[in-house]
Design a protein around this ligand. Structure first.
Ligand code: RFL
Length: 405
């Protein structure tokens, strides 16, 4: 079947169409271009927008190694900060967990907009990859045939354009369209809601510690995540669906100071809040991540609430596997990578989801209004600082450094 729309230009042809220019889609595109394969990336936003959108910042060592092996980590390796520890604050005390000593691995802190900027530059400017920004109304066709296609409205002409292809990479994030192309009877979406909100903040203020801080407080969780010498990400637990307007500057800083206070530490360095939004904390996993010629990757396939800073890492894991599998299929006719793709991704995805749930209870138990949950949350915390085996297991999960998933 060929997809042609009346009054539209003749269909173009590419081996792979990638929907979405986030970390997942751009990494897949870079892997394909490095192998000399043609592809097209379709993105609804502008280049300027995606290069500035603030989000994640913590990358695991295996993910950085994977980027470096594919020639995608030059700036990151020069500029990222290395983190070796995190600190829990509860009951007015501080407890530092030096995960690098326990695992030999560390976290790289490199803001997502910088990574996206590097990946776009490498894909479009260095490797000659094609990317169309500002597209509208992306639709997928014929995914369960050998000749799928993707159509979209071209921003310059307003006309529908059709691209015939062999494979579609669905990398359009949590609010994209590709996930909806999986028929419900062929894919299960497993969901989990935490029943809480997080006020996600970016402050123009230097970090107040050399590491990530987790405040587990009866008034709710508070988090401190250094992003750069000038900018710090903070989180405050809040009611789900809360209005960011309920959180003026003074209230935010008073609550952060209160929830992150610990004996012997100076108050947090305050500064203007440059981002303030409420996240509805939830997770989902699509199983399998494949339908016919469509392969989902990253947040399009699974969302993990930012409890343990796992989302971008999982997006990169999928992208490495999908990029390599597409190259093997398109250059050598080897289907094994594509056949095992979903299962190989999901093993790490479910492991990270489980860890995020476990950690969420540590963060939020004290404020659950249930003395039983508060008690078990403190027991989890104390175990990390009384049992070296528990600390080592935590460190391995937090760093994603297990030998196998
Ligand atoms: P993205 O980054 O959302 O990219 C998807 C792209 O697709 C575009 N798009 C479309 N394009 C074409 N057609 C359509 N119909 C489209 N619909 C959407 C979008 O404009 C976008 O450019 O997904 P990807 O590539 O899967 O990457 C996932 C990560 O962005 C995400 O998991 C992380 O940001 C999650 N996350 C964190 N992950 C970490 O590993 N470490 C962290 O420290 C961390 N912190 C965070 C986070 C997410 C946060 N938010 C926004 C919930 C902190 C926050 C506040």
């Amino acid at each position: 079947m060929t997809y042609a729309l009346p009054g539209s230009p003749a269909p173009q042809r590419r081996p792979v169409v990638i929907v979405g220019a986030g970390p997942a889609g751009l990494t897949v595109g870079n892997v394909l271009r490095a192998a000399g394969l043609d592809c097209l990336v379709l993105e609804t936003e502008t280049r300027e927008f995606i290069e500035r959108r603030p989000r994640a910042g913590v990358l695991e060592e295996w993910a950085v190694r994977g980027l470096a092996q594919r020639g995608l980590a030059r700036n990151l390796l020069e500029r990222a900060e290395l983190h070796t520890a995190c600190e829990f604050r509860f009951a007015g005390e501080r407890y530092r967990l030096s995960y690098a000593e326990l695992t030999g691995c560390h976290h790289f802190v490199y803001p997502q907009p910088l990574l996206v900027t590097d990946l776009v530059r490498e894909y479009a400017d260095a490797r000659g990859g094609e990317i169309r920004f500002g597209v509208r109304d992306v639709e997928l066709h014929g995914l369960d045939t050998g000749r799928p296609a993707v159509s979209y409205t071209c921003p310059e002409t307003g006309r529908r354009q059709v691209v015939a292809c062999e494979f579609v990479a669905g990398c359009d994030g949590a609010r994209g369209v590709t996930r909806a192309s999986l028929p419900p009877e062929r894919a299960r979406v497993a969901r989990h809601g935490y029943g809480i909100g997080w006020l996600a903040l970016l402050a123009e203020a230097p970090p107040s510690s050399d590491c990530v801080l987790f405040g587990c407080h009866p008034r709710g969780f508070a988090g401190h995540m250094p992003r750069s010498p000038e900018v710090t990400r903070y989180y405050l637990q809040c009611p789900p669906g809360d209005d960011p307007g309920n959180w003026p500057h003074e209230r935010v800083w008073a609550e952060l100071q209160r929830r992150l206070r610990a004996a012997g530490v100076p108050p947090l360095a305050e500064g203007p809040l440059i981002e303030k939004r409420v996240l509805d904390m939830h997770d989902y996993v699509v199983e399998p991540m494949v339908f016919g010629r469509l392969f989902l990757a990253g947040d399009a396939a699974h969302l993990v609430a930012p409890v343990a800073a796992k989302g971008m890492n999982l997006a990169l894991h999928d992208a490495f596997l999908l990029g390599d599998a597409l190259v093997a299929r398109l250059t050598e006719g080897d289907d094994s990578g594509l056949e095992g793709y979903s299962q190989a991704c999901l093993r790490r995805v479910w492991d990270y989801q489980e860890f995020s749930q476990w950690l969420s209870e540590v963060y939020h138990g004290a404020a659950a209004g249930d003395p039983f949950r508060a008690g078990t949350a403190v027991a989890r915390l104390r175990r990390l600082f009384t049992s070296p085996a528990a600390a080592a297991a935590f460190a391995e999960q937090y760093l994603g450094s297990a030998a196998r998933y």
